[in-house]
Design a protein around this ligand. Structure first.
Ligand code: OGA
Ligand code: MN
Length: 288
């Protein structure tokens, strides 16, 4: 049976209608879902009332899951495969560690040597308004560059740093950024990546990149800023408004995303993510 797909935006994403991810679907049915994932970059599945185990089970169909050793503070205490994305304060009343997760354009785990294949983010609670997530199509962004720019960036490597931007500019935020740097030394990744399954070239850049390998920050910044601005032009972007029981699956090899802080922080926003391991990419960066 052919899947029912509804486009989410001009440049990427489809809603997969009428699928229940809590049941053990056939190889053939999952194969269709995986083909749609490769073709459209983003899948939205609505009204998926899953237990945590079922979220993990469905995610495993995409590949082996990350145990989030690179982000130990954010994983679920009982389920290392689940990464918490929540602003719910801790039991002692202190702020959540993942309150500002994803508030910059990025591709998951780009700051490690095994960047993620894809992520499956499940919404439990969304604020009444705002708290949306933006996604952009990095194939389209690459294709739209001039031949001159494609040539210029062909052999560049961007240095990806986890926790670069101290969005929580308080004591905890600063301490956390330092800890992240210790656990995850900066990694150089190609600025143009060939998708291992589709063979297509995609831009691989974002706001975690602070310089190009072999260049200073000052030299690199104008081009990084340009590429980020280019890659997030409206025509390449889908904006997702979360509803409880949504699952959004994205391909980290050809899309990037950004969490918006456009909501009342006293309102609960709680999501949980599984992260599918990708193929090795990049190298540990030399000091500047
Ligand atoms: C993530 C992420 C964005 C959001 O879970 O990887 O970046 O909007 N989340 O919560
Ligand atoms: Mn993310």
């Amino acid at each position: 049976m052919a899947l029912k797909l509804r486009p989410l935006s001009y440049s990427l994403g489809v809603e997969v209608c009428g699928v229940d991810t809590s049941r053990n679907m056939s190889e053939q049915e999952f194969g269709e879902i995986y083909r749609a994932f490769l073709e459209h970059g983003i899948l939205l599945l609505r009204n998926q009332k899953l237990t945590r185990e079922q979220h993990i089970e469905f995610s495993r169909r995409f590949g082996e899951l990350d145990n989030h050793d690179a982000l130990p503070r954010d994983r679920h205490p009982q389920y290392p495969e689940l990464l918490m994305v929540t602003n719910e304060p801790k039991p002692d009343g202190s702020p959540s560690d993942s309150k500002y997760t994803g508030r910059q354009w990025h591709s998951d785990m780009s700051f490690t040597l095994v960047p993620s294949l894809g992520s499956l983010l499940r919404c439990y609670t969304a604020p009444p308004v705002g708290g949306d997530t933006l996604f952009s199509n990095m194939y389209a962004a690459y294709d739209a560059l001039s031949d001159g720019m494609k040539k210029l960036i062909a052999d560049l490597h961007g240095i990806h740093q986890s926790g670069t931007r101290k969005i929580a500019n308080d004591e905890t935020g600063i301490k956390r950024a330092a800890e992240q740097k210790r656990i995850n030394p900066p990694v150089a990744q190609p600025v143009v990546r060939v998708h291992p399954e589709t063979g297509r070239k995609a831009l691989y850049i974002g706001e975690k990149v602070n310089r190009f390998d072999g260049m200073t920050e000052e030299e690199s910044k104008p081009l990084i800023d340009y590429l980020c601005k280019h890659a997030t032009r409206h025509e390449f972007v889908y904006r997702h408004q979360w509803r409880p029981d949504d699952i959004v699956v994205w391909d980290n090899r050809c899309t990037m995303h950004c969490a918006l802080g456009d909501f009342d922080e006293t309102q609960l926003r709680h999501l949980e993510r599984t992260t599918v391991l990708g193929t090795p990419s990049g190298y540990v960066a030399r000091a500047a």
